[in-house]
Design a protein around this ligand. Structure first.
Ligand SMILES: *Cc1c(COP(=O)(O)O)cnc(C)c1O
Length: 636
């Protein structure tokens, strides 16, 4: 077999293909991060990150955030718009917003708002809680605050408060009745709103979120309603307030064609409104800019067949061309990319806690006087294997013997020890057959399935429901890679299982060389040596959508900043502690203090009765309290 190289590891794990320029396999076999695309000299080795996390005494699993990646992505998108606007001699400006629902963590929103300062990059909110959040953040004076989602009177008043505060708050009307509410509130408070209308476009995005567009979309006004809205505002002397046309045809648009079509349709609606005399100033193309999770650059659900640059060019040139043909001014351009801004910046790191195999432990199968005939038959097949060329026939035979043995056991014909021997021999033969499959020109279906049956399950110290909700809910594929040892050949075919008591708590879809695979080759576990894997591109949605299945709470977080002068090129700026057991119990209405008191009362009784020594009793009580205050995940 040829020597394993870093190149082979790259072929297998495709780090460069999904890594967005930020991740790479180092020559030492460790995963490396270059958070500044423009400064590749700042290079962080994941092994140093692991060491630092341990030194800080932070328990795994851990979410690692690279704040510089957030900054880089904000710059990348804004620079792309600026460049294409200049090249296209486009007359409007780009005034993008970050939709906070994609990752509402304060540190994330603050970092994006700060990185966006030079670009007048704003924020988008889709609910009252998000609106309260974005109002408190003073972004650049020219930056937009865009409000989507269903709204009530309070929502409208908050938006108008934003106007009073001097902010460019734009209320996007999603439903006709909202317009009436907004006009009413604006007239009562005597504040001019800036109004947008969301179009229920006929073009549908392709991908998992395609129902965001089209006739049955939940949001948006029909063309008739948009025209009526413009007339209604005119009648109420508020025609000058209508400034923005909005559309959002879905998240993770996999095919660039749907972007082009939406831009063409939206551009026409904008132009028609202009022709009607409405002084529209903005066209907001919504979100949807995809992330290539599986590195295939295809229209598969977890990928996209275009780059960020191509997307931006299609928006700028698409709107420009419609406007030039229609003879209307170029509007300012707005986009609401959340996924593409945040996905790369965070990952979840977990040690592998153990291995689960179907075959379990090996068992001594040597011949014993008087053993059952079936056992002898089985042993004979296994002995034939090394020189046999009829692998499928042997597989059929051993499978049948194993089934017969189970019947025989139930009928009290063979003992449990004999059954254990037969099962052990069965798995040994499966392993031998599997090892020889390469010799075959054609691998029959059953034998191919054997591979999956023989694969290991690596136990990850995390809950899929908390940390990677979309892998469970919508089969989102997230890249999984070992953080070290990629200079060694990975010899164990694995799927991943989490520590919840739910058989759905697993990851068994991986980025493979020819599409998706059920298993991922990882390295054999070594005694006394930790093996860590990372789940990548979790910064969009996954970070904030998780639930507390089995009462596993939020993860510890480590925020990493780069520092060119530091020997390791980084420092941990902040550790945010995840949920304690007490925290999650309190959310479920328990009272951890009184629970501790109840346990103490029982122990005190045992002490009084002389069943437990007082010193030992105190230790048990302290232990219970420590666990309440502790992390919800497994401890090493
Ligand atoms: C969710 C959402 C976004 C963000 O979409 P991404 O695909 O994550 O960029 C933008 N706008 C609206 C209206 C949304 O609902």
């Amino acid at each position: 077999m040829a020597k394993w190289t870093i190149n082979d590891a790259e072929q297998l794990y495709r780090v460069k293909r999904w890594g967005g320029g930020y991740f790479e396999i180092g020559s030492n076999g460790n995963l490396q991060v270059t958070p500044h695309l423009k400064n590749p000299n700042v290079r962080i080795d994941f092994n140093s990150v692991l060491e630092e996390i341990k030194e800080e005494g932070v328990q795994f699993p851990v979410v690692v955030r690279f704040h510089d990646i957030l900054r880089s992505q904000v710059a990348l998108l804004n620079d792309a718009f600026r460049q294409h606007i200049q090249e296209a001699e486009y007359q409007g400006q780009y005034l993008g917003v970050y939709p906070v629902k994609v990752n509402q963590m304060r540190e994330v929103v603050e970092e994006i708002a700060d990185a966006g300062q030079p670009y007048s990059y704003g924020l988008e909110a889709g609910s009252k809680a998000e609106l309260l959040t974005v109002l408190a953040y003073n972004t650049h004076a020219d930056a937009l605050t865009i409000l989507n989602g269903y709204k009530d009177e309070e929502f409208m008043k908050l938006a108008l408060l934003g106007r009073k505060m001097g902010r460019k708050v734009i209320v996007v009307v999603e439903k006709y009745s909202e317009l009436l509410q907004l006009v009413k509130s604006a007239q009562e408070l005597n504040i001019d709103p800036i109004i947008g209308v969301r179009s229920k476009m006929t073009v549908k995005g392709r991908g998992k979120w395609e129902s965001s567009g089209g006739d049955r979309a939940k949001f948006g006004l029909t063309n008739a309603e948009i025209i009526n809205a413009a007339r209604y505002l005119e009648q109420h002397n508020m025609g000058h307030c209508l400034k923005l046309l909005h559309f959002h045809i879905g998240s993770q648009l996999t095919d660039i064609r749907s972007v082009k079509e939406a831009v063409a349709e939206g551009g026409r609606i904008y132009a028609e409104l202009r022709h009607m005399g409405v002084e529209m100033e903005y066209v907001d193309v919504g979100g949807g800019l995809g992330v290539d999770y599986d590195g295939s650059q295809s229209t598969s659900d977890s990928s996209r067949n275009y780059s960020m640059d191509e997307y931006v060019a299609d928006v700028v040139y698409g709107i420009r061309d419609v406007c030039d043909l229609e003879g209307v001014p170029h509007p300012n351009l707005v986009s609401e990319s959340g996924r593409a801004m945040t996905a790369h910046h965070s990952c979840v790191i977990t040690p592998i806690m153990g291995e689960v195999t179907a075959s379990g432990m090996d068992f001594d199968t040597t011949y014993r006087e008087g053993e059952h005939w079936l056992l002898g038959q089985m042993r004979e097949q296994v002995e034939l294997l090394p020189s046999a060329d009829n692998l499928q026939e042997i597989f059929n035979d051993v499978s049948q013997y194993k089934e017969q043995a189970l019947d025989a056991f139930k009928l009290r014909v063979i003992s449990m020890e004999e059954l254990a021997k037969i099962e052990t021999l069965y798995w040994r033969s499966c392993r031998q057959i599997s090892a020889r499959l390469k010799e075959l020109d054609f691998i029959p279906e059953e034998l191919r399935e054997l591979e999956v049956g023989l694969s290991s399950q690596y136990l990850c110290n995390l809950s899929v429901f908390q940390s990677a909700a979309d892998t469970w809910a919508i089969d989102q594929v997230l890249p999984v890679v070992p953080l070290t040892r990629m200079n060694e050949r990975p010899t164990v075919n694995c799927s991943l299982v989490d520590i919840t008591c739910d058989s759905d708590g697993k990851i068994d879809q991986f980025v493979g060389n020819e599409g998706l695979t059920d298993t991922l080759p990882l390295h054999p576990l070594k005694d006394g040596e930790e093996y860590y894997i990372g789940l990548f591109l979790t910064g969009a949605y996954q970070d904030v959508m998780g639930d507390m299945h089995n009462l596993f709470g939020r993860l510890n977080e480590v925020h990493i900043f780069t520092d060119d002068d530091d020997p390791k090129d980084f420092y941990i700026e902040e550790v945010v502690r995840g949920s304690s057991v007490s925290d999650v119990l309190s959310i479920m209405q328990y009272n951890p203090d009184s629970m501790a008191t109840d346990v103490k009362r029982v122990i005190d009784k045992l002490i009084a009765a002389g069943d437990i020594r007082p010193r030992e009793g105190v230790k048990w009580i302290d232990f219970y309290e420590d666990c309440l205050a502790g992390y919800t995940y497994l401890k090493r």
